[in-house]
Design a binder for this molecule. Structure first.
Ligand code: LMR
Length: 398
């Protein structure tokens, strides 16, 4: 039966990474996949992660099975990081948490859970959104609707259009919101906008689903969680998926968390039983190593401080790069306004060039970004900035 299969195109982000790795150009630049890079263009293991790993090698005593929910200590510590230790939903035991294989695992299991709640579940996602949201959520059988979000002409959120679209949602519909560092646009809701979205959703009986994959890489650990925490205070039911790929640099260790918030502790326990049964039938239980690292860091004040310091350095580096990129473009003879890049958050921004120009950057200059012109700003550094700006100038002027 395999002879009837047709090939599926590779995920555009992963395909781009493969092409970049094959390119032998000495000045090639990878602005494709969302990984943090330092000034040397490397994605190092974070200092606190290295120390935690060394400790684990000494102290780990077993590789026996864990459980579908993963490590309870990890879940508890990450919940405190995400919600804030004093958040009422934690005190009221309304949250059920599951350590998951990365943020993708959290998103998929959230979708499986929500699909299990109702076979008419619809989820609204921003246009644009992360390319993998569609298969992760749609693959579980959720019906996908879209609300306008980033306006490529305005280079900003079209907030009125977003609200108008959500006004048409039906009671019980789920709304996926990026907690911070919107992927792919870098354009985040401000606090006033978060509150307006919350008001609309409460009035219409919609259910928040927050994907927060970049906590700490926008404005700060607490600042970035503002929307998620505020929604959790107001809504009886909510879902949140988070990731340790970026803020702990644990990409390949597949470390994420899914939180389901129910109206009360009893309903949370029942929801947990549903969720853990779904996990058991998908991958049984999550991998342990990345979560053990995070658990170790969050449980040790010195390591935690070291981690937060390095995360702060990464965040500052990205915002500094945003400023230096805009300054370099302004200092060149490029006659276009790229100042929006400084007003955006996290790793990504749309450069705002067309797919042919993106292709020319790739073919003529070995500069890689997604066809939509989403660029990972963290892939730039001072050594390649002039090369990048002169390549951009060339494609804009040709
Ligand atoms: C990205 O958007 O580039 C990252 O989230 C990595 C991925 O898996 O797509």
């Amino acid at each position: 039966m395999f002879e009837h299969l047709s090939a599926v195109p590779q995920d555009p982000i992963l395909a781009m990474l493969a092409s970049y790795r094959e390119d032998t150009h000495p000045q090639k630049i990878d602005l494709g996949i969302g990984v943090y890079k330092n000034d040397q263009g490397d994605t190092p293991i974070m200092r606190a992660v290295q120390q935690a790993e060394a400790r684990l090698l000494q102290s780990e005593t077993t590789k026996s099975y864990t459980a579908p929910a993963g490590s309870p200590v990890y879940n508890e510590r990450v919940a405190a990081l995400v919600f804030g230790a004093e958040h009422p939903v934690l005190k009221d035991r309304r949250v059920v948490s599951a350590q998951t294989p990365g943020g993708c695992g959290a998103l998929r299991m959230a979708a499986e859970f929500l699909r299990g709640c109702s076979d008419r579940s619809k989820v609204w996602v921003s246009t644009p959104t992360w390319a993998n949201h569609m298969p992760l959520l749609g693959g579980a059988g959720l019906q996908i609707c879209q609300y306008p979000y980033y306006d490529h002409d305005l280079k900003a959120i079209d907030f009125d259009a977003m609200l108008s679209a959500l006004e048409t949602a039906d009671r019980g519909d789920i709304v996926l919101l990026h907690g911070c560092c919107h992927n792919p646009s870098g354009a985040d809701l401000n606090r006033e906008q978060w509150l307006a979205v919350a008001e609309l959703m409460q009035r219409k009986g919609l259910i928040p689903f927050v994907d927060m994959a970049y906590q700490g890489l926008g404005s700060g650990l607490d600042e970035d969680a503002y929307g998620l925490r505020m929604l959790a205070e107001r809504f009886p039911e909510m879902v949140a998926a988070t990731s340790c790929s970026k803020n702990f640099g644990l990409y390949r260790e597949r470390t994420g968390t899914l939180f389901i918030i129910a109206a009360n502790a009893e309903q949370a326990a029942t929801a947990g039983s549903q969720l853990f049964s779904k996990i058991r039938s998908h991958y049984s239980m999550p991998p342990s190593h990345g979560a053990a690292i995070v658990e170790t860091i969050l449980g040790d004040p010195a390591l935690n401080q070291e981690w937060q310091t390095e995360l702060g350095e990464m965040r500052e580096r990205i915002s500094g790069l945003r400023q230096r990129l805009v300054a370099s473009i302004n200092a060149s003879d490029i006659d276009a306004d790229f100042s929006f890049i400084e007003r955006q958050f996290g790793m990504f921004s749309f450069l705002g060039i067309n797919p042919q120009q993106v292709e020319r950057l790739r073919l003529n200059h070995s500069i890689y970004m997604i066809d939509s012109s989403r660029m990972n700003v963290a892939g730039l550094n001072d050594a390649c900035m002039d090369y990048f700006v002169s390549a951009l100038r060339e494609v804009l002027n040709s």
